[in-house]
Write a protein that binds this ligand. Structure first.
Ligand SMILES: Cc1cc2nc3c(=O)[nH]c(=O)nc-3n(C[C@H](O)[C@H](O)[C@H](O)COP(=O)(O)OP(=O)(O)OC[C@H]3O[C@@H](n4cnc5c(N)ncnc54)[C@H](O)[C@@H]3O)c2cc1C
Length: 434
């Protein structure tokens, strides 16, 4: 059970005079899957299109939804760009091993994104963005609950809460503004003293001053299995999966054509949920969105799933250590550097080095992984109709919290298509806000 009662969404009203529409959902990451299921519940004829759906391990490992830190982070209303990050930019440019890094060579291409990122770091912007994220996060569990139930996935939830640890009094003090913002947004959390941390997590090296326990957070064991269960429910309920990549969308008065080589698909509506790859598809019909990727990594320690009881994060190191059935997954950090370049072993080595310091009992490493967070500069997702054609609904850009926000995003996509009044003000999430 969750420690705190969560809001329940009003049930979907019956379709009534709404026409049953054919909808193509582009991308079978957790956002696309959740959107497909909500649209199906609303009575639409839904086709999911993805060249690498979660039917096999290898293809899906590209998706951010495969390798994330597995936490339902309902307290994550703090954007990535904050005044503290602004101060850290010079160091980011020099330290290629740090929690947040940019390569000099990629800098010119990143200028527009970085300029918006830096503008979002001002205190008033952080407060405004925190309020918008807070509103979405308060609905997040209600967006998931019906999908977990329908997919028979409740057993994958580990209701352990989630721990943030601060190594020193200085780092805890520096976090006070963020803690106050979380309080303002109603985040359920409790300060833990050293002794409590030690009692909860005796395998951690005592490299902490205080902690924050997010009591209503939980983790998913594991995201690939979750995605497979969502997909199985979708197919059982009559959904169609097309294993192809969408190269572009053509528009005419009758409808939309999703161009996928041999498998062109005619639909009346489309949901663009291709994660970090969504920008390329939007460009095919003349839209330019300020989407880039924050590359993130994970290192798996296969024999060490028992070393922690709950996902544990030191914000100053930028990654979680999440206990899972497959082992302990150390996942996170940010590297700005686009979709094209391969995994940089120096980044996973840096995660491994810090993780061993924090958790000295760690054994051998297994899989290392690079994934692409679909990131907007202001840490807000894009959810809403395309300014080019309102029959195309955007659902991407969830950055660090796409697993957490997937359910509510799917529900909002269904509300938009059915022209129901959305549950949140969508104006701050519109694609052309920059
Ligand atoms: C290291 C790391 C840790 C994270 N930890 C957390 C966490 O603890 N909690 C949390 O809430 N979030 C976390 N996230 C963020 C979260 O994983 C992402 O925000 C989320 O998975 C994004 O989901 P998505 O469905 O939008 O994109 P993706 O999961 O990337 O899926 C996109 C899909 O689109 C498909 N696709 C690509 N091109 C095309 C095309 N042309 N046509 C059709 N389909 C296409 C891909 O094959 C893929 O399946 C983390 C991310 C990283 C990298």
């Amino acid at each position: 059970m969750l420690a705190v009662p969560q809001p329940v969404l009003p049930p979907l009203p019956p379709l009534g005079t709404q026409r049953r529409l054919s909808v193509g959902v582009i991308g079978a990451g957790v956002v696309g899957l959740s959107s497909a299921l909500w649209l199906q519940r609303a009575g639409h004829r839904v086709t999911l299109v993805d060249p690498a759906a979660p039917t096999s391990n290898r293809g899906y490992a590209q998706a951010a939804s495969f390798g994330n830190a597995c936490t339902m982070a309902f307290g994550a209303c703090i954007p990535v760009a904050t005044p503290g990050v602004l101060r850290a930019v010079p160091r980011m440019l020099l330290d290629r091993q740090g929690p947040l890094t940019i390569s000099w060579r990629d800098l010119p291409g990143l200028v527009p994104w970085l300029a918006s990122f830096l503008r979002s770091a001002h205190p008033e912007a952080v407060s405004r963005i925190g309020g918008i994220l807070g509103e979405l996060l308060r609905l997040a569990e209600a967006g998931h609950a019906p999908l977990f139930a329908a997919a028979g996935a409740d057993d994958l939830r580990r209701m352990t809460g989630c721990l943030y640890l601060y190594r020193s009094a200085a780092s805890f003090n520096a976090a006070q503004a963020e803690i106050m913002l979380r309080h303002r947004e109603g985040v359920q959390m409790r300060i833990l003293e050293r002794e409590e941390i030690q009692a909860r997590e005796p395998n951690l090296a005592p490299l902490y001053h205080k902690g924050l326990l997010f009591e209503d957070a939980y983790s998913i064991d594991d995201p690939l299995t979750y995605a497979r269960r969502l997909l199985a429910r979708f197919l059982t309920d009559g959904g169609t999966l097309v294993a192809a990549g969408v190269r572009g969308i053509e528009r005419d008065t009758e409808g939309l054509t999703l161009r996928c080589g041999d498998h062109n698909l005619r639909v009346e509506r489309a949901v663009l949920a291709a994660g970090a790859w969504s920008g390329r598809i939007a460009r095919s019909f003349g839209d330019r969105v300020r989407l880039d990727t924050e590359r993130g990594y994970h290192v798996l320690f296969p024999a060490d799933g028992q070393l922690l009881t709950a996902p544990t994060c030191y914000p100053e190191h930028g990654f979680y250590m999440t206990p899972l059935a497959e082992g302990l997954r150390a996942a996170g950090t940010v590297e700005l550097g686009g979709l094209g370049k391969p995994l940089r072993p120096a980044r996973t080595a840096a995660i491994e080095r810090v993780a061993r310091k924090l958790l000295p009992g760690l054994g051998n490493t297994g899989r290392t992984w690079l994934g692409f967070r679909p990131s907007m500069p202001d840490s807000l997702p894009v959810i809403g109709p395309s300014p080019v054609d309102p029959r195309i609904i955007y659902a991407f850009g969830h950055g660090h919290i796409g697993l957490t926000l997937a359910g509510i995003t799917g529900r909002l996509a269904a509300d938009i298509i059915d022209e129901r009044r959305p549950l949140v003000d969508l104006r701050p999430l519109r694609p052309d806000r920059f």
